[in-house]
Design a protein around this ligand. Structure first.
Ligand code: PXG
Length: 291
């Protein structure tokens, strides 16, 4: 496997960064998780835009232009001969010293692109749906660390994941600091109520997911009314359908929340329709490359 590291391709074994890198020392950096389907990088421009927005927000200048970053992604896929892949883009503040001060990093940011085979949820969960549980750890409040920033410090989400796994669940439902439904650890959440689609707004504790936006657009095109609206757990429990969206998970049905059955506890009609339409979109909406 070849890794893109600061403009060069290096073998996996040689893809090493310094222990003084502030990404390692402090989680000082940003990342993106992207996917390629049959030589098409799905929504690559949108991912690159969000990546640069995360970096801008933490005042991390990226030396590559957006166009060069797109080229770097496709050339890494080509170098690895991958038609279908999961892509991880990372930019950290770079090598500095043992102090928080980013000025010590002298602008030498570290850029890494890793492409690999996709690790998915088991097929059974897509057929039968998954059960999720609300965990004690709430989403970061925007005034402290805005959830729109995909920073290298994902402890907030990792803690929630650990809590869910310790309770025997695959995925955690995270609330915001006001107790409203925010999202899961790496996925956005949707419910269907009376044939209409609801998802929490991107303010507060919810990342504006690229899959989330794609699903909202598909729903509108399919004449399904959509709402970006605050949701309580009560509304989740009493919805007819529930599902999660994310780059890795795509669209995965949820059939139980905190022990309450959702609808008839099987993947719903609208969830299935959106899954079909989403599959079609992954074949057309992105940046193409050839091997
Ligand atoms: N919420 C959070 C907190 C995320 O990190 C999503 C929602 C979904 O967004 P997209 O743009 O992918 O539709 C994410 C992003 C993984 C992994 O390896 C997934 C994400 C982040 C980090 C790791 O499964 N998803």
């Amino acid at each position: 496997m070849k890794i893109y590291l600061n403009g060069k391709f290096v073998e996996k074994e040689d893809a090493k960064v310094s222990v003084f890198d502030h990404g390692f020392l402090y989680g000082d950096g940003v990342f993106e998780g992207i996917r390629a389907y049959d030589c098409l990088v799905f929504k690559l421009k949108e991912h690159i835009t969000r990546f640069f927005e995360s970096a801008h927000s933490i005042m991390l200048p990226i030396k590559l232009s957006k166009e060069k970053m797109i080229e770097a992604v496709t050339s890494t896929l080509k170098a690895n001969g991958l038609k279908d892949a999961y892509i991880r883009l990372i930019v950290s503040r770079g090598e500095g010293d043992l102090g928080l001060d980013p000025r010590k990093c002298k602008g030498n940011e570290t850029i890494v692109i890793i492409t690999d085979r996709i690790a998915l949820y088991p097929e059974k969960l897509y057929r039968e749906g998954m059960a999720i549980i609300t965990v004690p750890t709430i989403r970061n409040i925007p005034e402290a660390l805005n959830p729109q920033i995909k920073s290298l410090n994902y402890l907030n989400n990792i803690l929630a994941k650990i809590e869910a796994v310790n309770c025997g669940y695959e995925e955690a439902l995270m609330l915001d600091h006001l107790g409203y439904v925010a999202e899961c650890t790496g996925d956005n959440i949707f419910v269907v109520e009376n044939g209409e689609l609801y998802t929490p707004p991107q303010c507060m504790g919810t990342l504006r997911g690229i899959t989330r936006d794609a699903v909202l657009a598909i729903a509108r095109k399919s004449k399904i009314p959509t709402h970006e609206h605050v949701l309580t757990r009560h509304e989740l429990y009493n919805s007819q359908e529930c599902f999660l969206t994310g780059t890795a998970a795509e669209i995965i049905p949820v059939v139980k929340v905190d022990g309450r059955k959702i609808g008839d506890s099987t993947p719903g009609k609208i969830t299935k329709l959106l899954r079909q339409e989403f599959k079609k979109l992954t074949k057309t909406d992105g940046v193409k490359y050839s091997l």
